[in-house]
Design a binder for this molecule. Structure first.
Ligand code: NAD
Ligand code: WQD
Length: 351
């Protein structure tokens, strides 16, 4: 049972997406009522079906764009929302360089639309998806929350602007409690193999690309640069299992009532893994080497991004539970069981 001081109904924007769907499973398992708003611009109805099957409980799903205030207001009117987890956003760095205005419109406009609806309906608790990308090209290792933000692309800037506007909103509305979680590189899948990362189109990120090479949908992984100042020359990242990230959201919801204002936490493992180390670990998980080809550097990439997650460990006792082998093993299980992702699953709209 949930203690009465905790929120019971959570609105999850972007709940059909990669991190949102895993978080919904976690919330349903903890007896929260879950309401999802997602426009499926980067997800499939099948993800919602899988969440409900895994949890053994239904959630309420609305297909809507977050910027549609009337649709959003109708959701707040239909449910006694206690807290919101706001995942819905566009997240591809390269694409954000090509269509920056779309990123500002959806990521910043979506957030202000949500804040307006929350304010209009007396909802004051929000967990916001931020990103390690706001640290930009900082050479510092590891990165802590008080290190300066220096976004280097429109996606990262949209997340940094959202954090800033959330700080301003908290200053104006003292009842507002916001927790921004800056995730590093979430990967992996639900250990059942029924829920995972299924981006629409060619994957932008290394793990879904690796998964599609392993299953034969793509011929080889392009490795973007092997001349970085790192041990093997390829970029180093802090990969974190998506179920550990989902658990961070569950804890954040539980801690929203601790104090008002904006609080910021990194979510990472503190361990750096190079692209070639990841390729090797994934090959071990799927039982055969992954073909790759060294290419030139990808514009905007930085050599190393590693989290200092001391704050969240100290304040909430959060810590990661899954290592790189589990991240690769679970991702591979999902891809093996769903070679075409959620493409062949039924539609939640029929529920
Ligand atoms: P995702 O694309 O899988 O999920 C986002 C979901 O939001 C999708 O289901 C999409 O259909 C939905 N959505 C997008 N725009 C919408 C709109 N205007 N209205 C309603 N729904 C909309 O992405 P994810 O990896 O699950 O990321 C979730 C959040 O975490 C995003 O805010 C992202 O910026 C942030 N984040 C992701 C990562 C990562 O590497 N995956 C790292 C740090 C931060
Ligand atoms: C990881 C490494 C690539 C693809 C992004 C966002 C960040 C956060 C996490 C949202 C890099 C290399 C990649 C490929 C490769 N997301 N790579 N071949 O860029 O660290 O972080 O996702 O907030 O904000 O910037 O993740 O998975 O794209 O790349 O060699 O086909 O893999 O160069 O070194 P990234 P990624």
């Amino acid at each position: 049972m949930i203690p009465s001081t905790e929120p019971a109904t959570v609105l999850v924007t972007g709940g059909a997406g990669f991190i949102g769907s895993h978080t919904c499973v976690e919330l349903l398992a903890r007896d929260y009522e879950v309401v999802v708003v997602d426009d499926h611009s980067n997800s499939s109805p099948g993800a919602i079906d899988q969440v409900q099957k895994l949890a053994g409980r239904p959630l309420t799903f609305y297909r809507a764009d977050l910027r549609d205030r009337a649709a959003l207001d109708a959701v707040f009117e239909a449910h006694p929302i206690d807290a919101v987890i706001h995942f819905a956003a566009k997240k591809a760095v390269g694409e954000s360089m090509r269509i920056p205005l779309d990123y500002f419109d959806i990521n910043i406009g979506g957030t202000t639309s949500l804040l307006r609806s929350m304010h209009a309906h007396g909802v004051h608790q929000l967990v916001f998806s931020s990103s390690c990308s706001i640290y930009g090209s900082s050479a510092k290792v590891p990165l802590a929350e008080d290190d300066p933000a220096a976004p280097t692309n429109p996606y990262a800037r949209s997340k940094w602007i959202c954090e800033q506007l959330l700080a301003d909103a908290c200053a104006r509305y003292p009842e507002l409690a916001v927790i921004a979680l800056r995730y590093f590189n979430p990967v992996g899948a639900h250990p059942s193999g029924k829920l995972g990362e299924d981006p629409l189109g060619l994957p932008n990120n290394v793990m879904p690309y690796l998964m599609q090479v392993a299953v034969g949908r793509l011929p080889e992984l392009p490795v973007f640069g092997n001349d970085y100042p790192t041990p093997d020359g390829t970029c180093v990242r802090d990969y974190i299992h998506v179920t550990d990230v989902a658990d961070g959201h569950r804890l954040a919801v539980e801690h929203l009532a601790d104090e008002p204002g904006l609080r910021v936490f990194n979510l990472g493992t503190g361990t750096g893994v190079s692209v070639l180390e990841l390729v090797k670990a994934f090959g071990e998980a799927c039982g055969r080497p992954i073909p790759y080809r060294i290419e030139g550097r990808r514009p905007g990439d930085v050599a190393r991004l590693i989290a200092d997650s001391t704050r969240v460990e100290r304040e909430w006792g959060w810590h990661t539970t899954q290592d790189l082998a589990a991240m690769c093993g679970d991702a591979w299980r999902f891809q093996k069981l769903n070679p075409h992702g959620y493409g062949n699953l039924s539609s939640s709209e029929e529920l």
